[in-house]
Ligand binder design. Sequence first.
Ligand code: XIL
Length: 313
Amino acid sequence: MTTLRDAAADAGVHVGAAVDADSLRTDTDYRETLAREFDAVVAENAMKWGRLATGEGGYDFADADDIVEFAERHDMYVRGHTLVWHRMYPEWLRPWSRSEAEARRLLRTHVQTVAGRYRGRVDAWDVVNEAVADDGGLRETQWLEALGPDYVAEAFEWADAVSDADLFYNDYGADGRSEKADEVYELVSDFVARGVPIDGVGLQLHVFDEQVPPADVAANVDRLTDLGLKVHVTELDVGIGAAVDDRAEQADYYRDVVSAAVDAGADTVVTWGVDDGQSWLPVASGGGENPLLFDEQFRPKPARDAVVDALSR
Ligand code: XIL
């Protein structure tokens, strides 16, 4: 049987999954499925600041290290997620009343500690995650308030100084044609024009309320690659409920959207989890059931075969 991993190798792309460190340690089926079917990983949570932090300025890299070591043993590509985000930061960062200089020092130290530690081991970093607002402009975050709008570009400079990974901007709702997709395009075009060290854009592609038309994803990938940037589909999941009615329709959508993205030049596709038993989507979306390529018993679903198909053409 052709695995996803075989099909991806033939297509010259990576196919990955978001990984949970506990499941990796404790669940043999999880480990076997991951190593057999995927050639790329990203930590679902283990590299987020709030998960790495132990007290003020301290770090515990045990979970993140386990994921990276697993990837190395199985010859997998590693996406790092994520250095700068407005969620899942450590509690000790509160309150946000620090001076601008102190806030900048804290964020720069964090970015460089984590990106520096994994230099040569993480292949691509989501340097900044979800910095664009849903209604235009930059999202009002702690970092925007403390550091001003240039913090996004600064984060790329800081990461670039210590890392040899490809540096990505990652966001949701910017996958196909939308105002937010245009906003992200403007942001990264400006970076390219100004020489900010950005290498790629991550399209999360969480699909649950409505389908993002595959042709729109292709058009977006096209214009981003025209800027000289790489494009990764970083958090793909397709919930059954509103966007698709059943497993067959889910498989069709997976096939169409993966082939559209890859044909347009996306070179990595990562699903946000391995199996339906451990997906964030049903809770997060209030619906959107069973969104992944393997069921809760790790049996391949039609969607998995559809992605093999999409990569085999
Ligand atoms: C989610 C994880 O899947 C959950 O386990 C966690 O509770 C919250 O974060 N966009 C992102 C990811 O960039 O980091 C989020 O991951 C999902 C949305």
